[in-house]
Ligand binder design. Structure first.
Ligand code: OOG
Ligand code: NI
Length: 483
């Protein structure tokens, strides 16, 4: 339903659907997972009318069925620079910086995603995008070899780069161009069952790090998972075995709560797939490679810097205890320890709001609109809420969590792969490759909250309250910058 020109939201929606179809055709377990998630979501909504109402209010309900994230791993700065241009055609911007080297994974990452509210509501398609940190390969000869292999490959079709250039010059694509763009862009994400290196080279890369072999041995950065969003991750985790899917042992992120926060994730193991390796430019040799897996996620409210600090502290304390071996850590004791630790994180929407731990979207209620021009008694946001004139709904977390991402990477690397890198985080180097700074996710959530409040207060005929609140926010932001 595009006119003469394609809006980036339209192109992104088309692309995310095309990607889902491609992955479904290539990885049948992904299709099974989608069905399970759709069932669980329908059941959860039937059983919980207030959740349904809140999701409807915030525009979450519409997008639930189309919502996905995926991940790719790139080899060079140039690839990152160009993928950013490709994603820009679809209104996807780099948000956040994640350093995975601390978890023994030689990459750093960002997530490309839409950043405006309208675009997020239409289709929030996100791609977690990692870049290999070549300097973390210790063996100099191997590092040089990797550089040569990567320099010789082109992960984009010539036509997709032409279409990107048209978009950059004209500021838009026509609808037929957008459709062609989606077909061409898809090629970069496709699986290749033939490697660009021979088996011996693959094995050498694999010994350095399994992820290095995955990044370097192929023609392109195959999408390695696509993740649907569920409203009840525990139900999906429990349901997976019935569908022939074996999940990883523990769910990453916060424990189950009445008021979900941030992001909970679980995955199933990567498939071992047949690969034809190059053999001295003649006969291919058969082998296998494991890269593609499945994942599900449950998203909760975005936390403020204060909320996030509390989350990080509570999670770290549990992980420390588990590592110290204070408790024998079976999956169920880990879950119990996590729940115990998170008792000190308020589990009530009003508390989360009043303690400024989370971000909310404000809206005027029917009652508020009805009395907008008569009742002028309320002088603060809290009073408007108490009067039932103003309501607030959680702003959903659109991003990722480094500790969880490391857990997802690890679950697919096999237990034997335990490396550690004493590396410095290298955000400046990442942003230089990207060609610009990544967006600050906290800033985006704060803006969304502020805009919703301003608009609601105007509708309620009380814009002067917004002003007072805004001053508070400026103070809060200044305090954040100091800490
Ligand atoms: C990405 C793993 C991180 C997530 O959801 O945290 C991720 C990868 O394995 O390339 O997708
Ligand atoms: Ni993921």
């Amino acid at each position: 339903m595009a006119g003469r020109y394609a809006h980036p939201d339209y192109t992104r929606d088309l692309f995310s659907r095309a990607m889902s179809d491609m992955y479904r055709a290539e990885v049948p377990q992904y299709g099974a997972l989608l069905e399970l998630v759709a069932d669980v979501n329908a059941q959860t909504l039937r059983a919980n009318a207030s959740l349904r109402a809140s999701l409807e209010q915030s525009g979450e309900l519409e997008r639930l069925g189309v919502e996905r994230h995926g991940a790719i791993r790139l080899g060079t700065a140039r690839e990152l620079f160009d993928i950013a241009r490709v994603f820009a055609v679809m209104g996807m911007r780099p948000v956040g910086y994640y350093d995975l080297s601390v978890a023994g994974v030689p990459v750093h990452s960002t997530a490309f995603r839409p950043i405006t509210e309208g675009a997020l509501r239409r289709n929030p398609f996100r791609v977690f995008t990692s870049l290999l940190r070549l300097e973390l390969i210790e063996d100099r000869a191997l590092r040089a070899e990797v550089e040569t292999i990567l320099a010789a490959r082109q992960i984009f079709t010539p036509r997709v780069l032409e279409l990107v250039a048209i978009f950059e010059a004209e500021g838009r694509l026509t609808s037929p161009e957008a459709q062609e763009f989606v077909r061409e862009a898809l090629e970069t994400f496709r699986w290749h069952s033939d490697a660009t290196v021979d088996l011996a080279a693959y094995q050498k890369l694999h010994r350095a790090h399994r992820l290095i072999a995955d990044i370097v041995s192929f023609k392109g950065p195959h999408i390695n998972h696509l993740t649907p969003r569920t409203l009840d991750i525990d139900a999906v985790q429990a349901g997976m075995p019935r569908h022939g899917i074996v999940p990883k042992a523990v769910i990453e992120g916060p424990p189950r709560r009445n008021c979900p926060i941030l992001l909970r994730q679980t995955s199933f193991k990567a498939l071992e797939e047949p690969i034809a390796f190059k053999q001295n430019a003649s006969e291919p040799t058969a082998g296998t490679h494991t890269a593609r897996f499945g994942e599900i996620e449950q998203r909760g409210v975005a936390l403020t810097a204060k909320g996030r600090r509390l989350y990080d502290e509570l999670l770290a304390s549990v992980r420390r205890d588990v590592q110290l071996g204070a408790t024998k850590s079976s999956p169920s004791t880990y879950g119990a320890m996590l729940s115990e630790s998170f008792r000190s994180f308020p589990d009530d929407w009003a508390e989360l709001r009043s303690q400024a731990l989370a971000f909310f979207r404000y809206s005027a209620t029917e009652a508020g609109l009805a009395s907008a021009h008569s009742d002028k008694s309320a002088t603060t946001v809290d009073e408007l809420i108490a009067n039932g004139f103003l309501q607030f709904d959680p702003i959903i977390y659109e991003d990722f969590l480094p500790v969880s991402a490391a857990g997802i990477f690890q679950s697919n690397l096999g237990a034997e792969e335990q490396k550690s890198y004493a590396a410095q985080s290298s955000r400046a180097q990442f942003e230089a490759a990207l060609g610009g700074a990544v967006h600050d996710e906290l800033h985006l959530y704060a803006l969304a909250e502020k805009a919703s409040l301003k608009c609601a207060l105007e509708q309620l005929g009380a814009p002067q309250i917004a002003f007072a609140r805004e001053e508070n926010m400026v103070l809060a932001c200044a305090a954040l910058a100091d800490s």
